[in-house]
Design a protein around this ligand. Sequence first.
Ligand SMILES: Cc1ncc(COP(=O)(O)O)c(C=O)c1O
Length: 422
Amino acid sequence: MNNEELFQASKEVLVGGVNSPVRAISPYPFFVERSEGARLYDAEGKSYIDYCLAFGPMILGHNNPTVRKAVEERLSNGWCFGTPTEAELEYASLITSTVPNVDKIRCMNTGTEATMTAIRLARGFTGRDKIIKIEGAFHGAHDAVLVKAGSGALTHSVPNSKGIPADVTKNTLLIPYNDLEALERVLKENEGQIAAMITEPAIGNAGCILPKENYLKDAKKILEAHNSLLILDEVITGFRLGQGGAQEYFGVDADIVTMGKIISGGFPIGVMGARHEIMDNITPMGQVYNAGTFNGHPVSIAAGLATLNLIKSTDALSRIADAGNKLQNGLRGILQDMSLNYQVQGIGPMFQVFFNDNPVTDLDEAKNSDDKKFLDYCAKLRDLGVFLPPSQFECCFTSIAHDQEVIDTSLEAFETALKATH
Ligand SMILES: Cc1ncc(COP(=O)(O)O)c(C=O)c1O
């Protein structure tokens, strides 16, 4: 079957033909059969240079041989035990010795679980019910955070999901990103009731929006003054902006950190970590409940160890940053030559072009972008064999397989696609 036929058949048995809404590309998605390095190969044998990277995890490139070997070795000795394994100790030691303010971790299966549990932990630790969430940030698909959410929720116009009791979301207070006055005001209006603010350090789920200078540091100070915690959702930025993630990159100290995506090299994982006194409130030591049949799954841990060891022992992170910077600079040059004032926003390995004449600093400004034209640009790029995350409200990522040849080919395609759609 070709891509279109596969999609028609899938729609009969999968909701919207997909298992996650971000994959529902119009008029139909391409169905991947295999992947290698910087490229995906679809059911029709067509190849695509990939800037979606499975929405973030695949920074070592697809089908990385080191990760594959680690998984194969794990599989040959069994893969699911319901008991602790030594590899989990090694994995936790690696993360706690690398990520600031993280003495202990709990491994789960998705970033969604990690942020859900981080919020529960913040509430359990502080004895307070309310949380502050940033408009346009995305922290997974659970009730407390599906309010003005980014990513697919924004793309498909359901930032506030149906099916969530108002009683739940009344405890989620919204503020714009990069707005310290709003933070201060909400904390004062709800004195003694805010457990934590949860945010992505740089928002990668409403395009790519960067923090203003010192925003994160100052937000942390303000939260501290009200005895509220900072939950830094590093599911995108962890082990991408540096080994110490956004905490290291922006010089901010988080109280609770969540990670996912990269840290298991493309297998399911979500990790939450914090200092001892906070983490020890989690079961079995404390009374904030977390459990999971697949928590710390041996295959994810094996892939994660291989990935993190490669990141630690090679120049992988500077390579992905270098590739991202070359692409961003190349794009700026193309846009300038075409007299287009669009915004190329990003930090090294994560970036987005906003089809917007003004810099984007929060959700409202992101929504002013020309999403329709952006989707035409994405479609043209797919024709040319380049795959971008198919929404203005997502972020492009680079891997170590994005070498000079891939970058040059991509920039040519970007230029052709821009010219074809403008
Ligand atoms: C910042 C952030 N947090 C949490 C999540 C949820 O992670 P998962 O899809 O693994 O549940 C995502 C997913 O895109 C994310 O980008």
